[in-house]
Design a protein around this ligand. Structure first.
Ligand SMILES: [Zn+2]
Length: 162
């Protein structure tokens, strides 16, 4: 018999303005939001775009919160990211949320590294499946629900205080 008192909390986290904008340029525009272009993303089994696309060329990318790097490299080598992400980073935060950064030009961290919120972890770029330079930033929910229509991703804007 399992004592539920001993199980880790599985309640979805309340959105809080706890994440940092992942770029130095605070005014770089979001050109594709979370859930946008449902018709296009249907073919990938998703209800819409699963992150935010920020129009920016090559610019320092910052960790959105403290955490440990889970993956850094080509997304083809990490099932949670995939080939389309190109050069990418997946960062695990202490609250169980994860943040992803895709289409990077260069990466300054490796799996196992501990980072602080605001640390520069990469330079944005144009790798993977893109139509131009941009940063794709995303947040994976906790508990992770890969069948939520967005492959586990949740809307990052409330967490960014936007
Ligand atoms: Zn995107």
């Amino acid at each position: 018999m399992v004592n539920s008192q001993q199980l880790p909390a599985q309640e979805p986290l309340e959105p809080t303005a706890s994440l940092l904008w992942p770029l130095w340029d605070l005014s770089a525009p979001i050109v594709q939001g979370f859930g946008d272009n449902a018709e296009f993303y249907k073919r990938f089994g998703q209800n819409g775009h699963n992150g935010i696309d920020i129009a920016v060329a090559m610019q320092p990318v910052k960790a959105m919160s403290d955490g440990v790097i889970r993956f850094a490299g080509n997304g083809a080598e990490e099932p949670l990211m995939g080939n389309a992400a190109g050069e990418c980073i997946l960062l695990v935060h202490p609250d169980g949320l994860q943040s992803g950064y895709a289409h990077l030009h260069s990466i300054f961290v490796e799996a196992g590294n501990t980072v602080k919120a605001g640390d520069v972890i990469a330079i944005s770029g144009n790798t993977g499946a893109t139509t131009g330079y941009h940063l794709h930033a995303e947040v994976l929910g906790y508990p992770l629900d890969l069948k939520n229509g967005y492959f586990g991703r949740i809307d990052p804007l409330p967490l960014l205080g936007m």
